[in-house]
Design a protein around this ligand. Structure first.
Ligand SMILES: [Zn+2]
Length: 99
């Protein structure tokens, strides 16, 4: 499910990254760190606003959000109580940003 979402052209990635970095004062790393809190509404309104703005311009973080939302949905259903071992590592390796 995540695989096809992250398949975008190199040039498109660079454009999105540039926009995100110049217009939004939050980095992808910060977003990834806070995304579970974001889904649990456990962050300040200011941070939430910044993250929402970031998700609109950053395809990588949108993919992370989708992935996390699926996991949270499963947890809420009582079907899964924790992310599988290595989940974050695999997820992040797929969306790793290049310098
Ligand atoms: Zn991002």
């Amino acid at each position: 499910m995540l695989e096809h979402r992250t398949e975008i052209s190199e040039s498109e990635t660079l454009v999105i990254k540039k926009d995100a970095m110049t217009t939004i004062e939050i980095s992808c790393v910060e977003v990834w760190r806070e995304v579970s809190n974001y889904l649990e509404a456990d962050i300040s309104p200011e941070l939430r606003e910044r993250m929402e703005a970031h998700f609109k311009v950053c395809v990588h973080c949108s993919a992370v959000l989708d992935g996390m939302r699926n996991i949270v949905g499963l947890v809420a259903d009582g079907r899964l109580f924790q992310t599988p071992p290595g989940f974050h590592k695999r997820l992040y390796s797929k969306i790793r940003l290049r310098p």
